[in-house]
Ligand binder design. Structure first.
Ligand code: DGP
Length: 112
């Protein structure tokens, strides 16, 4: 297994877990960009958001259901931002689909 996030999900590499169910794993980003910065990943290896079609489309719903629960657990009553980087132009650095859940402070209006 040479995928970093597959190894984190498997417990081979430690992470600060905040949420887990049978389809989704979530943990704190090692380099937080906001007071709350959680990475939400599918347990099934999917490279990026461009693969969320057909039989894998349900993964998007799985992720967003988890995101709502995590945001509630984290007390993000003021709102939050969800970002996923897809491919080189978006500077995706880990090629296992992940959604950044960011919150806990007022964010910039511009996203790029
Ligand atoms: P992206 O640039 O969208 O591919 O984001 C990858 C994120 O993954 C980045 O914010 C840093 C985070 N990250 C990379 N390696 C690790 C790790 O070993 N542990 C944790 N918790 N986060 C990591």
């Amino acid at each position: 297994m040479d995928c970093l996030f597959c190894r984190i999900i498997a417990g081979e590499i430690p992470s600060a877990k905040v949420y887990e169910n049978d389809k989704v794993y979530a943990f704190r980003d090692i380099n937080p960009q906001a007071p709350t910065h959680v990475l939400i990943v599918p347990k099934e290896h999917v490279a990026d958001a461009s693969e969320l079609v057909g039989e894998k489309a349900h993964i998007a719903a799985d992720i967003f259901a988890a995101a709502a629960e995590i945001a509630k657990n984290e007390g993000l009553t003021g709102g939050f931002r969800i970002v996923t980087n897809c491919g080189d132009d978006a500077c995706q650095s880990v090629h296992h689909l992940h959604f950044h859940l960011l919150g806990g402070a007022k964010m910039a209006e511009r996203m790029s």
